[in-house]
Design a protein around this ligand. Structure first.
Ligand code: SAM
Length: 193
C-alpha cells in the first residue's frame, strides 16, 4: 500500500518501489530497527540479496527479529559492521542503496552517523550501483552534528560527475527547515564509468 509522502523516509520508499525488482541486489547502510531493510527484502524477494549494516548490536537484533517475524530473513546478510567497510562485503550491481542517517529512534543518541564515515560509505555505494540504480539519503539536521553531516553529504553529491550521476535534493517546503529531507542519486544508464 502506498505511504503518505510525509517526510524523507516515505519519499525514499516511493522511489525504491519504482526501482527495486525481484532478484535485485540492494543495500541498507544503516538498518536500525529494520523498517527499510524489510521493504528492500519485500521488493527484492527470495531471489534477491540484501546487505544490511549497523554498528549497534541492538539494531542488528531488532532488524533480525522484524525480518524473522515477516518471513524475510533468508535473503538478508545482516552485518554488525560499520558501513565505511561496505565495499569489503557488497558486490557491484546494486539496484538500490539506502542511507537513513542520524541515530536509532529510541536508542543511544551518541551512536550517530558521522560525516567522515558517511561520505566514505556513500562513495563506495555509489560506485557499486548498476546503471539506473538509485541511492537514497535521509538527512536530519535537528541533532548535534546533523548540519555538518548534511553539509558533507551536499559537498559529496555536488562533486559527482553529471555525466555519470543525477543528484537531487528534495525538501518539504511546508514544514520547518529542520524537517528531515532526501538526497537522491541515480547512476545514469550507459554512464561512462
Ligand atoms: N533505517 C533504520 C530503520 O528503518 O529503522 C533507521 C536508521 S537510524 C536513523 C541510523 C542508524 O545508523 C542507527 O541505528 C546507528 O546505529 C547506525 N549507524 C551509525 N553509524 C554507523 C556506521 N558507521 N555504520 C553503520 N551504521 C551506523
Amino acid at each position: 500500500k502506498k505511504e503518505s509522502l510525509r517526510g524523507a523516509v516515505p519519499l525514499s520508499h516511493f522511489y525504491l518501489r519504482q526501482v527495486v525488482r525481484p532478484g535485485d541486489l540492494v543495500l541498507d547502510a544503516t538498518c536500525g530497527n529494520g523498517f527499510d531493510t524489510l521493504l528492500l527484502a519485500e521488493l527484492a524477494g527470495e531471489g534477491g540479496q540484501i546487505w544490511a549494516f549497523d554498528i549497534q548490536p541492538r539494531a542488528i537484533a531488532a532488524t533480525r527479529t522484524l525480518l524473522e517475524r515477516e518471513g524475510r530473513l533468508a535473503a538478508v546478510h545482516l552485518l554488525e559492521v560499520g558501513h565505511e567497510r561496505l565495499a569489503e562485503f557488497v558486490p557491484a550491481g546494486l539496484a538500490a542503496a539506502v542511507f537513513n542517517l542520524g541515530y536509532l529512534p529510541g536508542g543511544e543518541t551518541s551512536l550517530v552517523t558521522d560525516p567522515v564515515r558517511t561520505v566514505s560509505a556513500l562513495a563506495q555505494a555509489a560506485k557499486l550501483l548498476k546503471s539506473g540504480g538509485i541511492l537514497t539519503v535521509a538527512l536530519y539536521t535537528g541533532h548535534e552534528g546533523g548540519p555538518e553531516e548534511a553539509q558533507a553529504v551536499h559537498e559529496w553529491g555536488a562533486s559527482l560527475s553529471p555525466r555519470e550521476y543525477n543528484v537531487w535534493c528534495s525538501r518539504q517546503l511546508n514544514r520547518p527547515p529542520v524537517a528531515p529531507y532526501l538526497v537522491l542519486v541515480e547512476r545514469i544508464r550507459g554512464g561512462s564509468c
